[in-house]
Design a protein around this ligand. Structure first.
Ligand code: UFG
Length: 333
């Protein structure tokens, strides 16, 4: 298939592009390189022996995007591009709504012009907001009590996609709700390198391990969880990437569908730290700090819908992800 990947040089996008190329698809990437580098393209080439077509473009410039769709007839769009820092979204909500919503609307307009009616969207478990039941199923309500503008853009985009599907009986949209992606390609060539001080756990752990940051703050050890720290569903990014190819099965039929991509098993923040220390054989300096506002105590996926409909499940463990993270760190020192 001819597939357009927006945000294809980013952390998750680049891992998906590797899997697409390995499976014989023709890939075109659009990326504005705000949070990624062209070295990802070079490394995708090293891993797969193939180079995707690349456009350095921003989805908020409609004319540029429309031209790409007029020049090539794509079969499918996989949409990752978007801003993704929770804390930045609280400080700069307008920027988040502009990039994530206007960017998606422009993409959908250009898809109409290019007669493309299939999209897989990179959504997030954040659309569920808070709930009494930590294990989320796709039929649980979305959009309530979402703690930040970033999360709300994911929810709003899902709603837009539902409306587009309702208006066009041939249109199909699959929202993949990611839980907590960690790890990287086992070659250590692709990975997550956010600008500045990271918000997310694993990028922060990596900076402490490399000595760039002094110590990890574990936000809260007084939660109602087995060890008092928050629990999340950490999924290896290679398993997550496989979920996108599995989603081709669902995107074949019209309508809106959502799937959780997670392991179904929670791991605590402290367990991540302990496992990191065990595998690396080194101490990871850390201390307990106050709770981070907006954090849920626990959230993990019920991945059974993806297993049933997409024949997809995870194969890799948190240990695999940490081992691959250490390979990445060795490659980048
Ligand atoms: N944490 C720390 N110290 C840090 C960073 C994180 O203790 O320096 C803790 C957090 O408090 C939380 C856990 O590690 O308990 C995971 O935090 P992340 O920021 O890595 O991930 P979140 O679960 O908060 O957010 C992730 C994605 C979001 C997505 C959300 C959906 O980053 O994009 O899951 O649940 F919206």
């Amino acid at each position: 298939m001819k597939i357009l990947v927006t945000g294809g040089t980013g952390y998750i996008g680049s891992h998906v592009v590797v899997e697409l190329l390995k499976n014989g698809h023709e890939v075109t990437i659009i990326d504005n390189l705000i949070n990624s580098k062209t070295t990802a393209l070079k490394n995708i080439g090293k891993i797969t022996g193939q180079m995707p077509i690349f456009h350095h473009a921003n989805l908020i410039n409609y004319g540029t995007i429309e031209k790409i769709f007029k020049d090539t007839r794509f079969n499918l769009v996989i949409h990752f591009a978007g801003l993704k820092s929770v804390s930045e979204s609280v400080e700069k909500p307008i920027m988040y709504y502009q990039h994530n919503l206007t960017g998606t609307i422009n993409l959908l307009r250009a898809m109409q012009v290019g007669h493309v009616n299939k999209i897989i969207f990179s959504s997030s478990a954040t659309v569920y907001g808070d709930s009494k039941n930590a294990k989320r199923t796709e039929d649980m309500p979305t959009g309530q009590n979402i703690a930040n503008p970033y999360g709300r853009t994911k929810y709003m985009i899902e709603e837009i996609l539902k409306d587009v599907c309702a208006a066009d009986p041939k249109f199909s949209a699959v929202a993949l709700r990611y839980f907590n992606p960690i790890g990287n390609h086992p070659s250590g060539l692709l990975g997550e390198e956010p600008n500045g001080i990271p918000n997310n756990l694993m990028p922060y752990v990596m900076k402490v391990a490399s000595g760039e940051l002094k110590e990890l703050n574990i936000y809260g050890n007084d939660y109602d969880t087995p060890d008092g720290t928050c629990r999340r569903d950490f999924i290896h990014v290679t398993d997550l990437a496989g979920g996108h190819l599995a989603a081709f099965r669902a995107v074949k039929t019209p309508g809106f569908k959502a799937y959780n991509l997670g392991t179904g098993t929670p791991t605590s923040v402290l367990e991540i730290v302990n496992t990191f220390e065990k595998i690396s054989g080194k101490k990871l300096p850390h201390k307990f700090a106050p709770r981070r506002p907006g954090d849920l105590a626990e959230i993990w996926a019920d991945p059974s819908k993806a297993k049933k409909d997409l024949l997809w499940q995870t194969h890799l463990t948190v240990e695999d992800a940490i081992r691959d993270t250490l390979t990445y760190l060795e490659n980048h020192q």
